[in-house]
Each structure stands twice: as C-alpha cells, then as structure tokens.
Design a protein around this ligand. Structure first.
Ligand code: HEM
Length: 468
C-alpha cells in the first residue's frame, strides 16, 4: 500500500501548527508544490491529510458518512458551543432532519418578509454613525449583522434582549470557537468557563421565549424559532426545547461571522475600486429608479453586479477556506492514486486553495466581480461532476463537489444558509453603498488574519462620509 507523504517539521509536538496557523493557504500551496495534492501534516496532537484540488474536494465532500465523519472532526469543539443532542452531537440521520428543519424555515416567503426587517435594522444602525469618521468595518458589520440575523432568524424577543447584555453572551460563546479550541476543546481556563456560562444563559433565555409563545397563541411569528417549534421529527415527536435552543445557536453561528467578515471584505475591496462603487450605484438607479428606492427581495434578485460583488468576495476571501472530516474506518483509500489514509486522521478539503488557482481563475489574486458576468475564466468551461445530481434533501442539487469554487462546501454537509447569506449580504452592502462614501486607510486591501475561526481582514479600518 502507498503511504501519504508527510510534511517535514523541525518542531516536535507542535508539528506544522505554527506555519499553518500563520498563513494556512500559503502553507498548503507550498506543500502542494512539493508533495502533490495529497499530504499529511501535524497540527499539535492531530494528523491532517490535506486533499487539494477538485479531486480532493470531491474525495472529502463526497466521502460516505460511515468512512469519514464531520461529527468526529468537529463535535469535540461544537458540543460546548451549541449544546448537546443536536448537529454533530447526535446521529447523522437526526442531524440531517434538523438540517431540513432549518432549511424549511429559510424559504422565499420568509425572505420576502425578512428584507424589510434587515433594512430597518441597517438603517437604525447606520443612522447612529457620525456624518463623517473612521470605523473598523469588521466590528461594525459584526455588530450590525448580529442585529439583522437575530431579528430575522431568532425573532423579535431575542433581538430586543440583545442590548441588555445578550450580545455579550454571544461574544463569550464565540470565544469557544477559535482555532485553539479545535486543538484544545476544553481547558480549565476562564474563557472556557465563560463560554459554558453563556451557553447556559442563552438556553434559559430561549426557553423563556418559547414558553412565552406557547402561552400566548396571539404571538404569531414567522421566524426560524417558530419553524422549529412547529416542526416534527419523522417519528412524530416535536423538537425538545433544549434542542431548539441549540439549533438556533448553531444557525446564528453559521450565519454571523461568515457574513460579518464577507461584508467587511467586500467594503474593503470596494474602497479600493471607486469605479465599481460608481457602477454599482448606476446599476441600482437603472434597475430601481433611484438610490432612494427601497430594496425588496425581488429587486435584490435583479442586481447582478451586487450579487457578483458578493460572489467574488467569497472566492477571494472565503470565510471558511478548509473543511474537515475524520477517518472512522481502519483505512480510507484515496482512489485516484491508491494512497492509504489511516483511521483517526483528519481529511481536509481546501476550496480556499482551488479558488485562487490560476488553472481555474485568470489572474486569481485580483478581486474582479466582472469575471462572473464575463465568464472567460477556465472554471466556466468545466463540466459538473457525476455527483451534481445527488439529492441530500436540502437543496444542494446541481452543485458538484468536484467544483473548484465551493465557499459553501458540498455534499451532505453543504451549507443550507447560502440563499439567506446572499440576501443578507446584498441588503447590508447595498444599503451601506447607497448611504455612504468610503475609502480605505491603507494603500492596499489588507491581508487576511487567520487566527480567528473565520478569515478576517488584518486591518479593516475605513473612512466614511454620509451621503444623505
Ligand atoms: C455548512 C459557509 C451562512 C448554516 C457550511 C459549510 C460552509 C459554510 C463552508 C460546510 C462546512 C463543512 O463542510 O464542513 C457559509 C458561508 C455563509 C454561510 C460562507 C455566508 C456567507 C450560513 C447561514 C446559516 C448557515 C446564514 C444558517 C441560517 C449552515 C449549516 C451547515 C452549514 C446548518 C451544515 C453543516 C453540516 O452539515 O455539517 N456553511 N455559511 N450557514 N452552514 Fe453555512
């Protein structure tokens, strides 16, 4: 049997963690040059087999659940953040049911009602900015998106509680979701204790809200919370309150940081491309009549440049650039070249690497939203793989896990929040561009910082001036 090549390390114990931690994309790309698409490296106490390129994407995302498991890769960490008996802390088939519940709450009818709520939150928030000033875009969009996401997904009660200390609970919970927690899920340290306290306090808050709704049938809401309260497992049972709390926390996490960092990157990229800002405003005037016209679900669907700004930002700055599974059988065979990956290893796909590979994208390091309308990149000529028609039951049909462009993953673990994510991002970015002029404070778009769970800009300050 052929053994996967191992990346050399000078440092015992830590292995390649320091290099990987600093700039994982550079690390993976330089190992790829030396060892090929498949190689194993050491992250402190974990062996990770990188599976790069479209074949690697397909191998990881299409892997059968009983061979390589997402739960075995993530649950050590996520159970402390989301809570027990949900997502990765339950049988795979139960999680798939839970995923369908979330997906069923994210439909076009709810989106139509969500857009005015998102806009109201945006305007309330942006009204408070000075006429002119400087702000950290990542922090600003983080604070804004927790409002828009909790208002639409969790409902008005949680949204109203945010200002009374609940935002701090989410922050404390966040501290359990850093790369360090992947390596050391639980330590007797204050940050870990705060995480646990925050999770328990949020569970109490959600339970009170659920109770309140049950006792007051006139309180009719159409948010994810209500969808979950009304859902039934296949065996006919309702979702226990404790599970509803955990699923809501997981959904908020799924959408919060990914969208905050993507809006910050989009605005930072735009701040260095005034021509695209002008073109975007022109598109809005042409399609909506004027910059004063309100966005709606339907007119947001009709702004291709805005959509491509989001898509291009997800290509160059994917918030989640690699995704892991853990081998749970004695050995897995990487079919293409017969390499053997042993039990216990993590297998890792890295769409963040294929998304900046010049084999698929011309001038890949250039942020160019027009590439998606011009369609001259090699990626546009690729055929979908055979697996594009597998129906996992939550709307991922038509996406091949062999694609080089997978910011939402692929296969059975693919994101169910893509549509909501695009909608929220378009509404937030569009509103900011309508209402503010802005410029970067550095000569170039800042570099990525990989030390937090999603990839954030190293310096995301912008200067802004109110236009209205
Ligand atoms: C899964 C990215 C928004 C909920 C994923 C995965 C990625 C991703 C890469 C696959 C993870 C893996 O294979 O290991 C993103 C990005 C978003 C976004 C870039 C926004 C720009 C959302 C939103 C929600 C959400 C808004 C919820 C409302 C989920 C869920 C999964 C998932 C439930 C499934 C995890 C699994 O099956 O293992 N997302 N996401 N995401 N995401 Fe998202």
């Amino acid at each position: 049997p052929k053994v996967v090549p191992t990346v050399f390390s000078w440092v015992p114990v830590m292995g390649n963690a320091v290099e990987f931690g600093k700039d994982p994309i550079h690390f993976l790309k330089s190992c790829q040059k030396k060892y090929g698409d498949v190689f194993t490296f050491q992250l402190v106490n974990k062996k990770v087999t990188a599976c790069l390129g479209p074949d690697g994407n397909q191998f990881v995302f299409n892997a059968r659940q009983n061979l390589a498991s997402a739960a075995a890769a993530y649950n050590d960490m996520t159970k402390y953040v989301f809570g027990r008996d949900i997502v990765f802390d339950t049988q795979h088939s139960i999680f798939m049911e839970q995923k369908r519940f979330i997906k069923s709450g994210l439909n076009i009818d709810t989106f139509r009602k969500d857009v005015p709520l998102i806009l109201e939150e945006c305007n309330l928030f942006l009204d408070k900015l000075e006429p002119k000033g400087q702000v950290d875009a990542y922090h600003m969009f983080g604070a804004l998106i927790i409002n828009t996401a909790s208002r639409t997904l969790l409902g008005p009660e949680v949204r109203n509680a945010l200002d009374d200390g609940v935002a701090q609970l989410y922050y404390d919970l966040d501290q359990g979701f850093r790369p360090i927690n992947f390596m050391f899920p639980n330590l007797p340290l204050p940050a870990y204790r705060k995480r646990d306290v925050a999770r328990e306090k949020l569970a109490v808050l959600y339970s009170q809200i659920i109770e309140g709704r049950r006792n007051n049938p006139d309180n009719v809401q159409e948010d994810l919370l209500q969808t979950l309260m009304d859902s039934r497992y296949k065996d006919g049972s309702g979702i226990p309150d404790a599970q509803i709390c955990g699923i809501l926390t997981a959904a908020l996490f799924g959408g919060q940081h990914t969208s905050s960092t993507t809006s910050a990157w989009a605005i930072l990229e735009l701040s260095h491309r005034p021509d695209i800002v002008t073109a975007l405003r022109q598109e809005m005037i042409e399609k909506l009549g004027s910059l004063k016209a309100e966005f709606t679900y339907d007119n947001l669907e009709d702004l291709p440049l805005l959509e491509n700004i989001v898509r291009e930002t997800l290509r160059l700055h994917p918030p989640i650039f690699n995704m892991m599974r853990r081998v749970v059988v004695d050995e897995m065979v990487y079919e293409k070249n017969g390499l053997i990956i042993p039990k216990g290893n993590y297998i890792c796909a890295a769409p963040g690497v294929t998304q900046i590979d010049e084999t698929y994208f011309n001038n890949p390091m250039k942020w160019d939203p027009y590439r998606w309308s011009e369609k001259t990149d090699p990626v546009h000529a690729l055929e979908q793989g055979d697996d594009a028609n597998i129906d996992y039951g939550f709307g991922a049909v038509g996406i091949s896990s062999r694609s080089p462009f997978l910011p939402f993953g692929a296969g059975r673990h693919r994101c169910i929040g893509e549509k909501f994510g695009y909608l929220q991002l378009k509404a937030v970015i569009g509103t900011f561009v309508k209402r503010f002029d802005f410029e970067g404070v550095t000569e170039h778009v800042p570099k990525p910082d990989y030390t937090s769970m999603v990839v954030v800009p190293e310096n995301s300050n912008i200067r802004f001036t109110r236009r209205d």
